[in-house]
Design a protein around this ligand. Structure first.
Ligand code: DGT
Ligand code: CA
Ligand code: CA
Ligand code: ZN
Length: 590
């Protein structure tokens, strides 16, 4: 079992225990363990094999330690089995719907016999949910929307969920002799924010059966769907499907290009080939005589002019090699022809992080610990941006508390010295009418203000757009945080005219955030590209709530690359002096 599988099982158990009305402390123990496991970089399996004491991990006590060991040994959890004797396991899925917590799930089950998302949908259609006390038509309508959101994302995985499998499968395949090249293709290589399935290519001379057989023996596989001499497919415990293709070396580059996609990019490339009398497919690049329609010759008919390396596919069309992130047929082919491809930014360009939380609100680490961790990551600056008071659930800060926090910021700064600059920030709530959750004098005294929406997310498009535009036009806001509020797999973006918001950001010189949390990645790639076109400054923030949370920055950088960003478009690639100059300039203009 991978860490993600263990985390998922524990989370499911916690959900079901909560539905059952178990002791809140017990439930919290599960959730704390889940949070730790999700942030863990080492595999629990390896740690146990190495004889590590798991109870040294934060949030992992004796009971969770035993659970993890049981899962690793048997693939089962007896506690979960016992719980599912009382409430059906499918109820856990219900609580994953936005707006349906354990209490609601329990009532839907007790009073209407709803056991699953499908069941809930059917009951809403019959009108029974609307009749329940405390539910009503509006709430039923919201649930229907949540079901729709949930469905749209079904079967797709976050990059962060897939990453551990990529690493362990890579290691497993590398342990076999004879594979010349091994590359991931598909949406994973294009660094899409969600992944439908994984596509792995192996270059191998001769019959590929041993490679496919080795692949199917990967210990994370629960099912083998296909195993032949050139192709294999396995299903992992999480339900993730992995395709393997074994490719002869002379075709490897062409296959890598083909299976990297996207399909739209491939179609465009193939069409350009046809115009030049070239047949381009997963086997190679072939020249066909002028009087022959290239579509009519066989899959490897004609004279081979390339295919071993990927750049030969592009070179045959007089194109520069295109980074996989850009291969969506959104102008990258023209740019490659004209020498206009962007020099995409890299993780190492990032010099600071301007959105994170501490123990002052819902973070788990102190300001000093966060600062040390940022310094360790090589940053020159960071901002502590705890929530404002409207977010009551996490103890959002009043203006007085914010000023108190500055003492701790100052103390942490003294401790850290000139290794890193700690900026005094806030994540200020954008209230329902677009006003801000802090007074103007406080905003002016803060070094950096991130403004975000955390409430009334179901306003209509006009109201929501007016609200956000008003906030970014206020003058006191430096950064618009997670602009569309989407949660991948959980919640669609709220109704918002992003174009109008970006225009307002451009007009008022407000930076727009790429929130790097793998479940957010908000803005999305197209809007990032649009921000670049409009000349809006972009900032990539971790929104970390724990030290490990800082490490999601890489996902944000990947998203920025998919949005064609170069280092110069991103605020936090600039040195501290530039960032301060920009912030101070904004303060003066007020
Ligand atoms: P995913 O798995 O939904 O996250 O997205 P992809 O892009 O990984 O899609 P997948 O796994 O179905 O196929 C991998 C690549 O193979 C795809 O990006 C392009 C190529 N491909 C698949 N089907 C076709 C097709 O019908 N025509 C062309 N031209 N290429 C295809
Ligand atoms: Ca795929
Ligand atoms: Ca595939
Ligand atoms: Zn937020």
């Amino acid at each position: 079992m991978e860490n993600v599988d263990i985390a998922r099982t524990l989370r499911e158990t916690a959900d079901l225990l909560e539905i059952q009305g178990a002791n809140p402390f017990r439930i919290r123990a599960y959730r704390n363990a889940v949070r730790t496991i999700e942030a863990l970089t080492r595999s629990l399996q390896d740690m146990v094999a190495a004889g590590d004491d798991l109870t040294e991990l934060q949030g992992v006590g004796k009971e969770m330690d035993a659970h993890i060991r049981e899962l690793l040994q048997t693939g089962q959890l007896s506690t979960l089995n016992a719980v599912t004797e009382v409430v059906p396991r499918t109820l856990a899925e219900l609580t994953r719907l936005d707006g349906v917590g354990p209490k609601k799930a329990k009532r839907l089950y007790d009073e209407l016999g709803v056991e699953s998302v499908e069941g809930l949908e059917a009951e809403i259609q019959r009108g029974t949910v609307q009749e329940l006390k405390g539910f009503g038509a509006r709430s039923a309508e919201k649930m229907l929307r949540a079901i729709g959101d949930h469905r749209k994302q079904q079967g797709r995985f976050l990059r962060a969920e897939v990453e551990p499998y990529v690493e362990s499968l890579q290691q497993w395949m590398e342990s076999l002799d004879g594979i010349e090249r091994l590359e991931w293709a598909g949406s994973w290589r294009r660094r899409r924010e969600t992944i439908g399935d994984l596509d792995l290519l192996a270059s191998y001379v001769g019959d590929g059966t041993p490679v496919v057989e080795h692949f199917t023996r990967f210990d994370g596989a629960v099912r083998v769907e296909a195993a032949g001499s050139t192709k294999g497919n396995i299903i992992l415990r999480s339900g993730l499907s992995v395709d393997l293709r074994v490719i002869p070396p002379e075709s490897f580059g062409a296959a890598l290009h083909y299976f990297t996609g996207s399909k739209e990019h491939n179609v465009h490339i193939r069409t350009l080939g046809v115009k030049r009398g070239l047949r381009i497919n997963e086997w190679g690049v072939f020249e066909v005589p002028a009087d022959v329609d290239p579509e009519t010759v066989g899959k490897d008919g004609g004279r081979r002019v390339g295919g071993e390396n990927e750049d030969e596919v592009f070179a045959a069309l007089d194109l520069a090699w295109i980074p996989p992130e850009l291969r969506e047929d959104r102008g990258e082919i023209d740019a490659a022809r004209e020498g206009d491809l962007p020099t995409l930014l890299e993780l190492s360009d990032i010099r600071g992080d301007l959105h994170m939380h501490s123990t002052w609100t819902d973070g788990t680490a102190s300001i000093l610990d966060m600062a040390e961790a940022c310094a360790e990551r090589g940053y020159g600056y960071m901002a502590i941006t705890d929530h404002s008071q409207a977010v009551t659930m996490v103890g959002g800060l009043t203006p007085e508390r914010v000023r108190e926090q500055w003492d701790e910021v100052r103390a942490a700064q003294e401790e850290i010295g000139d290794r890193l600059r700690i900026l005094r920030g806030q994540e200020v709530d954008i209230l329902k009418d677009g006003s801000l959750d802090q007074p103007d004098d406080l905003l002016a005294e803060l070094d950096v203000v991130v403004a975000s929406v955390h409430s009334f997310m179901d306003l209509d498009r006009t109201q929501m757009t007016r609200r956000v535009v008003r906030a970014v036009s206020h003058g006191g806001v430096d950064i618009l945080g997670h602009a569309t509020g989407r949660l991948l797999g959980r919640r669609e973006p709220y109704a918002l005219d992003v174009e109008a918001v970006l225009e307002a950001c451009a007009e008022h010189d407000v930076a727009v955030e790429i929130n790097a949390h793998p479940r957010r990645l908000d803005l999305d790639d197209r809007h990032v590209a649009r921000a670049r076109e409009l000349g809006v400054r972009v900032v990539i923030n971790s929104d970390a709530h724990a030290i490990r949370g800082l490490d999601v920055m890489r996902f944000g950088v990947e998203q920025a690359r998919r949005g064609w960003l170069e280092s110069e478009h991103v605020l936090n690639t600039r040195p501290l002096a530039d960032v301060l100059a920009w912030l101070e300039g904004r303060r003066k203009r007020g």
